[in-house]
Design a protein around this ligand. Structure first.
Ligand SMILES: [Zn+2]
Length: 273
Protein backbone atom coordinates (compact mmCIF):
# COMPACT_ATOMS: atom_id res chain seq x y z
CA UNK A 1 0.00 0.00 0.00
CA UNK A 2 1.23 3.50 -0.83
CA UNK A 3 0.58 6.41 1.59
CA UNK A 4 -1.47 9.14 -0.14
CA UNK A 5 0.18 11.80 2.06
CA UNK A 6 3.92 11.08 1.93
CA UNK A 7 4.28 8.28 -0.65
CA UNK A 8 5.77 5.80 1.80
CA UNK A 9 4.97 2.14 1.06
CA UNK A 10 3.61 0.23 4.04
CA UNK A 11 1.18 -2.37 5.39
CA UNK A 12 -1.37 -1.76 8.13
CA UNK A 13 -3.99 0.80 9.17
CA UNK A 14 -1.68 3.83 9.57
CA UNK A 15 1.39 5.05 7.70
CA UNK A 16 4.38 4.51 10.03
CA UNK A 17 6.19 7.53 8.52
CA UNK A 18 3.58 10.30 8.76
CA UNK A 19 0.68 8.74 10.70
CA UNK A 20 -1.99 9.18 8.04
CA UNK A 21 -4.80 6.62 7.89
CA UNK A 22 -4.56 3.94 5.18
CA UNK A 23 -8.21 4.19 4.06
CA UNK A 24 -8.20 7.89 3.15
CA UNK A 25 -11.07 8.30 0.70
CA UNK A 26 -12.88 11.33 -0.74
CA UNK A 27 -14.65 13.83 1.48
CA UNK A 28 -18.32 13.16 2.13
CA UNK A 29 -20.92 15.10 4.15
CA UNK A 30 -20.97 12.18 6.54
CA UNK A 31 -17.19 12.55 7.04
CA UNK A 32 -17.53 16.30 7.76
CA UNK A 33 -20.35 15.71 10.22
CA UNK A 34 -18.54 12.89 12.02
CA UNK A 35 -15.31 14.90 12.08
CA UNK A 36 -17.04 17.88 13.71
CA UNK A 37 -18.87 15.77 16.25
CA UNK A 38 -15.66 13.93 17.16
CA UNK A 39 -13.70 17.19 17.53
CA UNK A 40 -16.32 18.64 19.87
CA UNK A 41 -17.77 15.67 21.74
CA UNK A 42 -15.47 12.69 21.13
CA UNK A 43 -14.15 10.51 23.91
CA UNK A 44 -10.46 11.35 23.41
CA UNK A 45 -8.83 14.57 22.24
CA UNK A 46 -12.10 16.46 21.94
CA UNK A 47 -12.96 19.94 23.21
CA UNK A 48 -15.58 18.56 25.60
CA UNK A 49 -13.22 15.91 27.04
CA UNK A 50 -10.50 18.54 27.56
CA UNK A 51 -12.88 21.03 29.19
CA UNK A 52 -14.22 18.31 31.47
CA UNK A 53 -10.69 17.45 32.60
CA UNK A 54 -9.65 21.11 32.80
CA UNK A 55 -12.41 21.80 35.32
CA UNK A 56 -12.55 18.45 37.13
CA UNK A 57 -8.80 17.70 37.48
CA UNK A 58 -6.72 20.60 36.09
CA UNK A 59 -3.55 19.75 38.03
CA UNK A 60 -3.64 16.11 36.92
CA UNK A 61 -4.34 17.05 33.33
CA UNK A 62 -1.36 19.44 33.21
CA UNK A 63 0.97 16.77 34.63
CA UNK A 64 -0.42 14.30 32.06
CA UNK A 65 0.34 16.70 29.23
CA UNK A 66 3.81 17.66 30.45
CA UNK A 67 4.74 14.01 30.95
CA UNK A 68 3.64 13.10 27.41
CA UNK A 69 -0.01 11.93 27.59
CA UNK A 70 -1.07 14.38 24.92
CA UNK A 71 -3.23 12.78 22.24
CA UNK A 72 -6.24 12.64 24.55
CA UNK A 73 -6.30 16.43 25.09
CA UNK A 74 -7.16 19.27 22.74
CA UNK A 75 -4.10 21.47 22.06
CA UNK A 76 -3.71 24.52 24.34
CA UNK A 77 -3.45 27.35 21.79
CA UNK A 78 -6.39 26.30 19.58
CA UNK A 79 -8.32 25.88 22.83
CA UNK A 80 -7.49 29.44 23.95
CA UNK A 81 -8.36 30.85 20.52
CA UNK A 82 -11.72 29.10 20.62
CA UNK A 83 -12.40 30.52 24.09
CA UNK A 84 -11.38 34.02 22.91
CA UNK A 85 -13.60 33.69 19.84
CA UNK A 86 -16.52 32.81 22.08
CA UNK A 87 -15.68 35.80 24.28
CA UNK A 88 -15.58 38.18 21.29
CA UNK A 89 -18.90 36.81 20.01
CA UNK A 90 -20.54 37.26 23.42
CA UNK A 91 -19.03 40.75 23.81
CA UNK A 92 -20.41 41.83 20.44
CA UNK A 93 -23.86 40.67 21.50
CA UNK A 94 -23.84 42.26 24.97
CA UNK A 95 -23.94 45.96 24.22
CA UNK A 96 -22.53 48.74 26.41
CA UNK A 97 -19.47 48.72 28.60
CA UNK A 98 -19.53 47.49 32.14
CA UNK A 99 -17.48 50.40 33.41
CA UNK A 100 -19.35 53.18 31.66
CA UNK A 101 -21.66 53.62 34.66
CA UNK A 102 -18.79 53.73 37.13
CA UNK A 103 -17.16 56.48 35.06
CA UNK A 104 -20.31 58.60 34.92
CA UNK A 105 -20.15 58.95 38.71
CA UNK A 106 -16.42 59.74 38.64
CA UNK A 107 -16.94 62.46 36.05
CA UNK A 108 -19.56 64.17 38.19
CA UNK A 109 -17.25 64.16 41.22
CA UNK A 110 -14.40 65.64 39.18
CA UNK A 111 -16.48 68.43 37.62
CA UNK A 112 -18.10 69.28 40.97
CA UNK A 113 -14.86 69.41 42.94
CA UNK A 114 -12.74 71.29 40.43
CA UNK A 115 -15.33 73.83 39.38
CA UNK A 116 -15.67 75.11 35.85
CA UNK A 117 -12.37 76.98 35.81
CA UNK A 118 -10.05 74.01 36.27
CA UNK A 119 -10.20 72.63 32.77
CA UNK A 120 -6.92 70.79 33.23
CA UNK A 121 -8.17 68.36 35.90
CA UNK A 122 -11.08 67.41 33.68
CA UNK A 123 -8.71 66.90 30.77
CA UNK A 124 -6.44 64.63 32.82
CA UNK A 125 -9.50 62.67 33.92
CA UNK A 126 -10.53 62.25 30.29
CA UNK A 127 -7.04 61.02 29.39
CA UNK A 128 -7.16 58.37 32.11
CA UNK A 129 -10.68 57.43 31.05
CA UNK A 130 -9.60 56.99 27.44
CA UNK A 131 -6.71 54.72 28.43
CA UNK A 132 -8.94 52.57 30.65
CA UNK A 133 -11.57 52.37 27.90
CA UNK A 134 -8.90 51.41 25.41
CA UNK A 135 -7.76 48.58 27.68
CA UNK A 136 -11.31 47.35 28.21
CA UNK A 137 -12.32 47.69 24.55
CA UNK A 138 -9.19 45.89 23.44
CA UNK A 139 -9.07 43.57 26.41
CA UNK A 140 -8.25 40.47 24.40
CA UNK A 141 -5.54 42.23 22.42
CA UNK A 142 -3.93 43.87 25.48
CA UNK A 143 -4.21 40.62 27.35
CA UNK A 144 -2.56 38.53 24.64
CA UNK A 145 0.18 41.10 24.16
CA UNK A 146 0.98 41.21 27.88
CA UNK A 147 0.71 37.45 28.44
CA UNK A 148 4.52 37.01 28.20
CA UNK A 149 4.80 39.31 31.23
CA UNK A 150 2.63 36.93 33.21
CA UNK A 151 4.83 34.02 32.15
CA UNK A 152 7.89 35.92 33.41
CA UNK A 153 6.34 36.78 36.79
CA UNK A 154 4.89 33.29 37.30
CA UNK A 155 8.23 31.68 36.56
CA UNK A 156 9.95 34.10 38.93
CA UNK A 157 7.47 33.43 41.74
CA UNK A 158 7.29 29.63 41.49
CA UNK A 159 10.77 29.09 42.86
CA UNK A 160 14.25 28.24 41.72
CA UNK A 161 13.79 24.45 41.79
CA UNK A 162 10.90 24.70 39.35
CA UNK A 163 12.81 27.13 37.15
CA UNK A 164 15.45 24.42 36.78
CA UNK A 165 12.90 21.64 36.39
CA UNK A 166 10.71 23.16 33.65
CA UNK A 167 11.36 24.92 30.37
CA UNK A 168 9.85 28.33 29.62
CA UNK A 169 7.55 26.66 27.09
CA UNK A 170 6.18 24.33 29.77
CA UNK A 171 5.14 27.32 31.88
CA UNK A 172 3.51 28.82 28.77
CA UNK A 173 1.49 25.65 28.07
CA UNK A 174 0.16 25.58 31.64
CA UNK A 175 -0.64 29.30 31.64
CA UNK A 176 -2.49 29.01 28.31
CA UNK A 177 -4.74 26.28 29.76
CA UNK A 178 -5.27 28.39 32.92
CA UNK A 179 -6.24 31.30 30.67
CA UNK A 180 -8.91 29.16 29.00
CA UNK A 181 -10.56 28.96 32.45
CA UNK A 182 -10.20 32.73 32.92
CA UNK A 183 -11.61 33.62 29.48
CA UNK A 184 -14.56 31.23 29.93
CA UNK A 185 -15.27 32.91 33.26
CA UNK A 186 -15.27 36.29 31.51
CA UNK A 187 -17.75 34.87 29.00
CA UNK A 188 -19.95 33.98 31.96
CA UNK A 189 -19.80 37.52 33.40
CA UNK A 190 -20.71 38.90 29.97
CA UNK A 191 -23.74 36.63 29.74
CA UNK A 192 -24.70 37.58 33.31
CA UNK A 193 -24.59 41.23 32.23
CA UNK A 194 -27.63 40.61 30.00
CA UNK A 195 -29.73 39.59 32.99
CA UNK A 196 -28.31 41.44 35.97
CA UNK A 197 -26.03 44.49 35.60
CA UNK A 198 -25.08 44.75 39.28
CA UNK A 199 -24.23 41.08 39.57
CA UNK A 200 -22.12 41.29 36.39
CA UNK A 201 -20.29 44.36 37.72
CA UNK A 202 -19.44 42.66 40.98
CA UNK A 203 -18.46 39.44 39.18
CA UNK A 204 -16.31 41.39 36.71
CA UNK A 205 -14.54 43.69 39.14
CA UNK A 206 -14.48 41.80 42.41
CA UNK A 207 -13.99 38.23 41.26
CA UNK A 208 -11.83 38.67 38.14
CA UNK A 209 -8.44 38.86 39.91
CA UNK A 210 -9.41 35.90 42.08
CA UNK A 211 -10.31 33.80 39.06
CA UNK A 212 -6.80 34.19 37.65
CA UNK A 213 -5.35 33.10 40.99
CA UNK A 214 -7.78 30.18 41.31
CA UNK A 215 -7.03 29.05 37.74
CA UNK A 216 -3.27 29.30 38.29
CA UNK A 217 -3.43 27.47 41.61
CA UNK A 218 -5.60 24.72 40.12
CA UNK A 219 -3.40 24.21 37.06
CA UNK A 220 0.07 24.60 38.58
CA UNK A 221 -0.34 22.80 41.94
CA UNK A 222 0.72 19.29 40.98
CA UNK A 223 3.29 20.37 38.41
CA UNK A 224 5.16 22.51 40.96
CA UNK A 225 4.86 19.95 43.76
CA UNK A 226 3.61 22.63 46.18
CA UNK A 227 0.69 22.48 48.62
CA UNK A 228 -2.51 24.32 47.57
CA UNK A 229 -1.78 27.15 50.01
CA UNK A 230 1.77 27.60 48.79
CA UNK A 231 0.71 27.52 45.13
CA UNK A 232 -2.07 30.04 45.83
CA UNK A 233 0.29 32.33 47.72
CA UNK A 234 2.91 32.25 44.96
CA UNK A 235 0.19 32.77 42.34
CA UNK A 236 -1.06 35.87 44.18
CA UNK A 237 2.50 37.17 44.15
CA UNK A 238 2.84 36.51 40.40
CA UNK A 239 -0.46 38.27 39.57
CA UNK A 240 0.39 41.23 41.82
CA UNK A 241 3.77 41.59 40.14
CA UNK A 242 2.15 41.35 36.69
CA UNK A 243 -0.48 43.96 37.67
CA UNK A 244 2.20 46.29 39.02
CA UNK A 245 4.10 46.01 35.73
CA UNK A 246 0.89 46.69 33.76
CA UNK A 247 0.13 49.73 35.92
CA UNK A 248 3.66 50.97 35.36
CA UNK A 249 3.29 50.56 31.59
CA UNK A 250 -0.14 52.30 31.68
CA UNK A 251 1.37 55.10 33.80
CA UNK A 252 4.23 55.65 31.32
CA UNK A 253 1.68 55.47 28.49
CA UNK A 254 -0.51 58.09 30.17
CA UNK A 255 2.45 60.45 30.65
CA UNK A 256 3.59 60.09 27.03
CA UNK A 257 0.00 60.49 25.81
CA UNK A 258 -0.56 63.57 27.98
CA UNK A 259 2.76 65.13 26.91
CA UNK A 260 2.12 64.58 23.21
CA UNK A 261 -1.60 65.41 23.09
CA UNK A 262 -1.68 68.27 25.60
CA UNK A 263 1.50 69.82 24.16
CA UNK A 264 0.04 69.71 20.67
CA UNK A 265 -3.13 71.40 21.95
CA UNK A 266 -0.92 74.04 23.61
CA UNK A 267 0.89 74.65 20.33
CA UNK A 268 -2.38 75.01 18.50
CA UNK A 269 -3.72 77.54 21.00
CA UNK A 270 -0.45 79.51 20.87
CA UNK A 271 -0.61 79.55 17.08
CA UNK A 272 -4.23 80.74 17.19
CA UNK A 273 -3.37 83.30 19.91
ZN1 LIG B 1 2.74 8.65 5.08
Amino acid sequence: MKCLNCGNEFEGQFCPECGQKADTGRFTMRFIFENMVTAILGRDGSIWFTLKNLFARPAGMIVDILSGKRKRYFSPFPMLFLALTLYILITSVTTGFMVQEAFKDGEMVVSQETGENSQQAVEVFHTIKQIVFFFINHYTLCFLLTLPLLVVTARACYGRDNRKRYYWAEYIITIVYAMVIVVLFRCLTRVTYLFDHDLALSLGFVLSPFIIIIAFTACFRKMLGFSIVKTAWRSILAVLLYSAMLLFIAFIGAIVFALVVLNNKGDVSIMIG
